[in-house]
Write a protein that binds this ligand. Structure first.
Ligand code: PLP
Length: 383
């Protein structure tokens, strides 16, 4: 257990909630959970499913109609319809990465992961016994990765490469050209698996299209695609996600599911079915709101003394550089929570290369963002 890490955004959330309970007006820009209500049609489908008697175990892989709907959704968005038998419905996005690391990680192997990146990657790599090898993401290149640099780190022990675009915590989106080059280079490494975390695939701005790894034929037999409902449909608390697994791994993934959760919740799966097959306009509206907030936050953060910020290209996080404040990332996190009652997450929660940055989730109302910026300006002054 000493090898297992955590996601400190949940610690910040707990501290912020404690302060709130004590009467402080905390603005929570710490946790990555959309602030919208789950669309009504989805909620109604969940309620109806309960009333209709969906209170049983489903097949471990998920309800067949839901797996078919996921396959169609992937087909419509990425142009490739996967075999529904290779889809495993799970409780949230996390189980797919958990299962992947349990299956592929072991002592003597290496797993590559983005730094700064979602903290559970490194945590689970270490738990599995594999050695974590960071893929360094740099501010100067918009936090995208460099395909040559990734390929140059592959050794005979590399088992898995984890990619995440659009990315948490940076808001970076990897260029299609870099993915093309990576995939071409991977033809020389046929034993290396890929885990592509595309949980923010629909939260992308400026007319850019999402480049899913599933679109690349040459790696499809060693790709684990992670996506789900949490962020797209504002369903983080429902706990529902999917993985598309290579034929060689799906039986193992299903067995891990049977050993751990049995299956995702039946009524929640029915709500997920409505989410995919019902009207999609709420998704567009939510993304438009995130975009509006992003456009507000970007210049507003750059107006604060000691802070510079790039315009995020996807997801709902800004990852400003705070080195000009003269404080460490952890100090900025503590100072903002203690002095301004604004919860943000230190960049170091996402890896060593997060030093010098904080993560701000703009999955919060415009009023909260305006107030948070004004409080931050009081702490650090205007530039
Ligand atoms: N992957 C990334 C990159 C995330 O940011 C998150 C949640 O923040 C997840 C996966 C996990 O999503 P879920 O809440 O559905 O488990």
């Amino acid at each position: 257990m000493s090898r297992l890490g955590t996601e400190t955004a949940f610690d910040v959330l707990a501290r912020a909630q404690k302060m709130q309970a004590e009467g402080r007006a905390v603005i929570n820009l710490g946790i990555g959970s959309p602030d919208f209500r789950t669309p009504d049609n989805i909620v109604e489908a969940g309620v109806k499913a309960l009333r209709d008697g969906y209170h049983f175990y489903t097949p471990a892989k998920g309800l067949p109609e839901l797996r078919a709907a996921v396959a169609n959704d992937i087909g419509a968005r990425h142009g490739v319809i996967p075999d529904p038998d290779q889809i495993l419905i799970v409780p949230g996005g996390k189980p797919t990465m958990f299962f992947a690391m349990l299956m592929l990680g072991q002592e003597g192997t290496e797993i590559m992961y983005p730094d700064p990146g979602f903290p559970i990657y490194r945590s689970m790599i270490e738990f599995s016994g594999a050695s974590p090898v960071p893929i360094e993401l740099e501010e100067a290149s918009g936090f995208g990765f460099d395909a040559e640099a990734v390929l140059s780190k592959i050794t005979a022990r590399t088992r898995l490469i984890i990619l995440n675009s659009p990315a948490n915590p940076t808001g970076g989106v990897v260029d299609r050209e870099q993915i093309d080059r990576l995939v071409a280079g991977l033809e020389d490494h046929p034993d290396v698996y890929l885990l592509s975390d595309e949980i923010y695939s629909r939260i992308i701005y400026d007319g850019r299209s999402h480049a899913s790894l599933i679109g690349y034929e040459s790696i499809r037999d060693r790709l684990i695609l992670l996506d789900g409902w949490s962020k797209t449909y504002s369903m983080t608390g429902w706990r529902l996600g999917w993985g598309v697994w290579p034929r060689s791994l799906i039986a193992g993934a299903e067995r891990l599911q049977i050993n751990s959760t049995s299956c995702a919740s039946a009524p929640v799966q029915m709500a997920g079915l409505e989410a995919l097959t019902g009207p999609q306009d709420r998704v567009g509206e939510m993304v438009a709101s995130f975009d509006e907030r992003r456009r507000y936050l970007h210049p507003a953060l750059n107006d604060i003394a000691g802070i510079t910020c790039q315009l995020p290209a996807g997801a709902f996080y800004a990852f400003p550089n705070i080195t000009g404040t003269g404080l460490s990332s952890q100090e900025v996190e503590s100072r903002l929570l203690g002095d301004a009652a604004v919860a943000v997450v230190s960049g170091t929660s996402f890896g060593a290369l997060g030093e010098g940055f904080i993560r701000i989730s703009y999955a919060a109302s415009m009023d909260d963002l305006v107030e948070a910026v004004s409080r931050m300006r009081e702490v650090f002054g205007s530039s």
